[in-house]
Design a protein around this ligand. Structure first.
Ligand SMILES: NC(=O)c1ccc[n+]([C@@H]2O[C@H](COP(=O)([O-])OP(=O)(O)OC[C@H]3O[C@@H](n4cnc5c(N)ncnc54)[C@H](O)[C@@H]3O)[C@@H](O)[C@H]2O)c1
Length: 663
């Protein structure tokens, strides 16, 4: 059967051959046994509703065994037989080019070079799922292959509810992930609903088909590390940056460290994750032994080498050793998956990876205690190094939040965290408030030459804009131009021919229009998918991350993320998605995003102008209303050049006057 035939087949009528469990692949940890006996009946009944009744006798024992063995029903037997990677868009069987592009994006997310646990449909972050099981994948691909531009596919947490008639300007796909009633949004609720097969944690780009491998985060991480180093004064050369995680997103850290010009040391407990990043050239050296690593760090710092070192072991052992040896660390952070602390996101010190995996499934209470003890030790060592001058920042993984919940010494007497989040200090005031965010694109021809051409176009457009940029954003423009100039040389592509580039509304719009024009003229050999990380100006309401620099009390509201996606949906997005969770964890954040296929047409140009404008400026308007100065500057500038834009501006009250009247 050809690739195209297998896609069109959907869920086969006959039982496909069982697939062997591939031990070479990085598999998701066993999830905790959370369902009651009656709920297990429901989970099986839910799984079997994808299949004709005559197959139930064969599938029921298999699915029951998966639920027992892995805590979830993945339906491994239904993994497709073709290799998983994004093909050029014209190779997909499709009636809609937009739908074909979405198929390519889905397959790129599931590409084993890109996905963290590809056979469990987990893309990154330990539990960031694209689908809950392989039946959903097969059905979705079949729907996409057969739908027209006058239909919309409705997705509930990986499950395709179906195709509904719509119109050509409507999104082809609407995705919701993990949308639950707020009172049922605790981590164990995710475990239960996911085990029942009715909800999933879509992270940010995982559940919205927009993950492009670690490159997606390299740029943001580079900006963060560069600006963190600038905060410490002097040149980045010889500065030491210590962190953890070589997984999906965290795998970007060593590369970013090299681009920023520092010495970086990243701890990673899972040898498979460390070796994957080493093989891809994303980290320079692997060191399983601290006795060898410590002198290597000293040598690299003394020689001001630009090098990325990895410690294959537990980050707590690394921090404690650095503190004991009084090594001066300039910058510190952490990107373990603490948004998911009880189900494999964070591995406690003193246990091997395997011991931890067993404990989290068999004795979750003991595992929770071990994680919390580990966090208390980690924070104690970090505090010692911070006392000696290290600048430590939370990197958007709920490190401060979970450490405080663990009772670590991480709070100041007034209840604030001892350390800032990177959004409070860097990303918020310097980038998001001005509308700069992680714009990205993917060349649907899958040709490196197309990517190179888009890089050149973006470089030219940004150069033109920078020539008349106000002083307030000149530095950001310079860093972004440098990034795009060097992007090709840095070999950032893993999977699809994709690029990320921080840009503001003007930059994103002008670059996209220039791509559209290049497609129209045939200079690019295929359509382009535009998108972004949800981690952006307006995509995400997350009080401990994206909106941690909102200080008017509204950081716990989620109007912005919801409005953002609704607005994108009727202004020309090809697909939109809105998720509970992402970044800092289930119940802690609401985030949304979009994908837009542009094909050189007038319709595409209109969608670019209308949708990108809203997508950036609704968030700036909200940030301005929260009294953020940079956002006020940016929205006033936008109002001056855009007829029809009228935003409510805040009046600033005198704090002394208020206090006098309240006392
Ligand atoms: N700041 C941002 O912009 C940003 C972006 C993406 C992700 N994040 C957050 O960062 C976290 C990591 O994301 P990811 O996609 O890399 O997740 P991931 O699960 O793919 O990677 C985390 C890695 O940390 C390792 N790890 C866990 N505990 C460890 C320990 N004690 N010592 C050493 N290594 C340990 C794991 O083995 C894993 O490989 C998530 O919480 C995510 O939400 C932040």
């Amino acid at each position: 059967m050809t690739f195209q035939e297998e896609i069109l087949q959907g869920i086969p009528g006959q039982l496909p051959e069982a697939k062997a469990y591939d031990k070479e692949i990085n598999h998701a940890p066993k999830r905790k046994d959370i369902l009651t006996a009656e709920q297990k009946v429901l989970a099986l009944k839910n799984a079997l509703r994808y299949f004709p009744k005559e197959l139930h006798e064969a599938l029921a024992p298999e699915f029951a065994a998966e639920l027992k063995e892995y805590g979830r029903i993945y339906m491994y037997r239904y993994r497709p037989s073709y290799p998983m990677y994004a093909r050029p868009v014209d190779e997909y069987p499709a009636k809609s080019r937009q739908a074909a592009a979405i198929m390519a994006m889905i397959q790129n997310n599931l590409d084993p070079r890109v996905a963290q646990h590809p056979h469990e449909l987990i893309i990154y972050g330990g539990n960031g799922a694209i689908f809950q099981n392989w039946a959903q994948y097969r059905l979705v691909m079949q729907y996409l292959a057969t739908m027209t531009d006058e239909q919309t596919l409705v997705m509930y947490s990986g499950h395709p509810l179906g195709l509904f008639p719509s119109h050509k300007d409507a999104p082809r796909v609407i995705v919701t992930n993990g949308m639950v009633i707020p009172n049922y949004s605790k981590p164990d609720d995710w475990e239960r609903f996911n085990a029942l097969g009715v909800s999933q944690y879509g992270q940010m780009t995982a559940g919205s088909y927009m993950y492009i491998g670690p490159q997606g985060i390299v740029h943001g991480t580079t900006i963060t590390v560069m600006n963190a180093a600038r905060k410490q004064g002097g040149s980045p050369a010889g500065k030491l940056f210590v962190t953890a995680g070589l997984g999906g997103m965290s795998g970007a850290q060593p590369k970013a460290g090299n681009i920023a010009g520092v010495v970086s040391v990243t701890a990673e407990i899972n040898p498979k994750a460390a070796e994957k990043r080493y093989a891809q050239g994303w980290v320079d050296e692997l060191h399983p032994n601290l006795d060898e690593l410590i002198p290597r760090i000293r040598k690299a710092v003394a020689a001001k080498e630009v090098v990325s070192l990895a410690f294959v072991g537990n980050v707590v052992d690394l921090w404690e050793r650095l503190a004991a040896e009084h090594i001066h660390v300039d910058l510190g952070s952490d990107q373990t998956s603490l948004h998911n602390p009880w189900a494999g996101g964070y591995y406690p010190v003193g246990y091997t990876l395997e011991q931890s995996k067993e404990m989290m499934a068999d004795d979750p209470d003991a595992f929770r205690c071990a994680v919390q003890e580990s966090l208390r030790r980690q924070v104690a060592a970090i505090n010692k190094l911070a006392d000696d001058g290290m600048y430590f920042f939370d990197y958007g993984n709920a490190f401060l939040l979970e450490s405080s919940r663990a009772g670590a010494d991480i709070l100041l007497p007034d209840g604030r965290f001892r350390y800032p989040s990177y959004v409070q200090d860097i990303m918020g005031p310097m980038y998001f408030d001005y509308g700069f965010g992680p714009f990205r694109w993917v060349c649907m021809s899958e040709k490196p030459s197309d990517l190179q051409k888009t890089d050149e176009i973006a470089m030219r457009v940004l150069g033109e804009i920078a020539a008349h940029s106000p002083e307030e954003i000149a530095g950001q423009m310079r860093d972004n131009i440098r990034w795009i100039e060097e992007a090709g040389r840095n070999h950032l592509v893993v999977g699809s021919q994709a690029r990320i580039l921080y840009a503001d509304c003007e930059g994103r719009t002008q670059i996209a229009l220039a791509f559209n024009e290049a497609i129209r003229r045939g200079e690019l050999e295929g359509p382009v998918v535009l998108g972004r990380d949800h981690h952006d100006v307006s995509g995400t309401d997350s009080p401990f991350r994206e909106t941690s620099n909102i200080y008017d009390g509204s950081q716990f509201t989620a109007d912005m993320a919801v409005q953002n996606v609704i607005g994108d949906g009727f202004r020309g997005a090809t697909w939109v998605s809105i998720h509970n969770g992402g970044g800092v964890g289930w119940g802690e954040v609401i985030n949304g995003g979009f994908g837009m296929v542009i094909d050189g047409s007038e319709d595409s140009a209109r969608h670019i102008r209308e949708m990108l404008f809203w997508d950036v400026n609704n968030g700036i308007a909200r940030r301005s209303w929260a009294r953020n100065e940079a956002a006020r500057f940016a929205i006033e500038r936008e109002m001056a050049r855009t007829p029809g834009l009228r935003v409510t501006l805040p009046n600033l009250a005198d704090e002394d006057l208020i206090r006098k009247n309240l006392n």
